[in-house]
Design a protein around this ligand. Structure first.
Ligand SMILES: *[C@@H]1O[C@H](CO)[C@@H](O)[C@H](O)[C@H]1NC(C)=O
Ligand SMILES: *[C@@H]1O[C@H](CO)[C@@H](O)[C@H](O)[C@H]1NC(C)=O
Ligand SMILES: *[C@@H]1O[C@H](CO)[C@@H](O)[C@H](O)[C@H]1NC(C)=O
Ligand SMILES: *[C@@H]1O[C@H](CO)[C@@H](O)[C@H](O)[C@H]1NC(C)=O
Length: 354
């Protein structure tokens, strides 16, 4: 485990300079975003935690009951799975992001003091920003990478490669972490926060990121390939599908035979598979649950294989999250309620055939 974190730390040390430089030349993607070294995990089953929309509240005690309940069971789940990594899928700080710099107290109040289990201390948490984060200082969240051993957020978007031993060879997973707010716009700036997104505030930056995403997908030879971002492609819940991602990300995922897109945003849990290759696990209940199933009919018929949402009879869970377990043969997704109960396990998804 120590070895595991050291590998990750090496990469983190180079971050500050690169991220600071990126502020002035916003359309030049810094080297640190491009991955490089593969992180090797000495485990038979490579496992990850998928936590979205977990960001507490901006009032004392800076946590929500659902978040605290999720954190407690997440610690046990992580111990049982011997979790290797965690993905923080955005809306890390409610209600409007971090307002100070990387020394802001919210990092302690809403993250460090909440996810305290031993099983969560020694694993890297890979971070992307959500719409609420973009109401505050995302640079502060990037900068916090230098102060926390487990918080990994090198740039708005970035790729990382993972590897672990299979039966006869090393198995690989690439994850392209993307900033969907920079691609599609900020839902919180809309009059109707559940309405259709307005498009990127900075179209040049969005094009820069699209080119980065396509190059990363195109060059990946990994057994499993994911994009991970805040907004989902498909969602049957209250925000619904992100149309710009349906139009542009989904065809790329299909073209480059990606395994799936991991997302949060809607305060629900869903597993969506339209049978075209990529799967769409959605984990947006790290703080509370559940939004309404307003967009059930907006998703392809029969594609929603699992959901936890409010169908008018109230919220079925207080909160929740998901995990993945990957081997040489397959990757599966598990969904949990805040109390640690397993709600659903996906059918196996096979490695890419390139
Ligand atoms: C945002 O965070 C960056 C990095 O920590 C810091 O340099 C900057 O001053 C912060 N901006 C504000 C308005 O606090
Ligand atoms: C798997 O990767 C590790 C770490 O890079 C390396 O030491 C080992 O030789 C590799 N195993 C195989 C079978 O390639
Ligand atoms: C994909 O990669 C191939 C091989 O490196 C290259 O020829 C092609 O131009 C790339 N396509 C895109 C869209 O980047
Ligand atoms: C845990 O939560 C689930 C979903 O709300 C519920 O069905 C189950 O009874 C709960 N289990 C316990 C032990 O409270």
């Amino acid at each position: 485990m120590v070895h595991k974190m050291m590998l990750v730390r090496v990469a983190v040390l180079a971050i500050v300079a690169a991220a600071a430089a990126a502020e002035t030349t916003i359309n030049t993607v810094p080297e640190i975003a491009k991955g490089g070294e593969t992180a090797f995990f000495d485990s038979k089953v490579f496992t990850g935690l998928l936590l979205g929309d977990w960001g507490g509240t901006n009032k004392s005690p800076y946590t929500e009951p659902g978040q605290v309940a999720c954190a407690a069971s997440l610690g046990e789940v992580a111990a049982n799975l011997d979790a290797d990594i965690a993905l923080l899928l955005g809306d890390n700080f409610y209600d409007s992001g971090v307002h100070g710099d990387e020394h802001d107290a919210r990092f302690e109040e809403t993250f460090e003091n909440v996810y305290t289990a031993d099983s969560l201390q020694d694993i890297p948490f890979y971070v992307v920003a959500g719409n609420h984060d973009w109401l505050g200082n995302v640079s502060a969240q990037i900068g916090y990478s230098t102060l926390s051993a487990r918080w990994i957020f090198p740039y708005y978007f970035y790729t990382r490669s993972f590897s672990w031993p299979g039966e006869t060879r090393n198995v690989t997973m690439d994850i392209v972490f993307i900033d969907t707010i920079l691609l599609s716009g900020n839902s919180d700036l809309l009059e109707d926060k559940f309405g259709e997104l307005q498009g990127p505030a900075d179209p040049v930056m969005a094009e820069t990121q699209w080119a980065f995403i396509e190059a990363a997908l195109n060059s990946s030879q990994a057994d499993y390939l994911f994009t991970a971002g805040h907004y989902p492609v498909w969602s049957g819940c209250q925000h619904g599908p992100t149309l710009s991602l349906v139009r542009k990300l989904k065809p790329m995922l299909e073209q480059y035979k990606a395994t799936g897109h991991l997302a949060g945003h809607d305060h629900c849990l869903q597993y969506i598979d339209e049978g075209k290759g990529p799967v769409y696990p959605q984990s947006g209940a790290g703080d509370n649950c559940c939004y309404h199933n307003k967009h059930e009919k907006s998703c392809p018929k029969g594609s929603i294989k699992f959901n936890m949402w409010n169908d008018g009879s109230g919220s079925p869970i207080e909160g929740g999250y998901a995990t993945f377990t990957a081997t040489e043969a397959e990757v599966k997704f598990q969904f949990y309620a805040a109390n640690g109960t397993v709600l659903f396990e996906s059918p196996p998804v096979l490695p890419r055939e390139l």
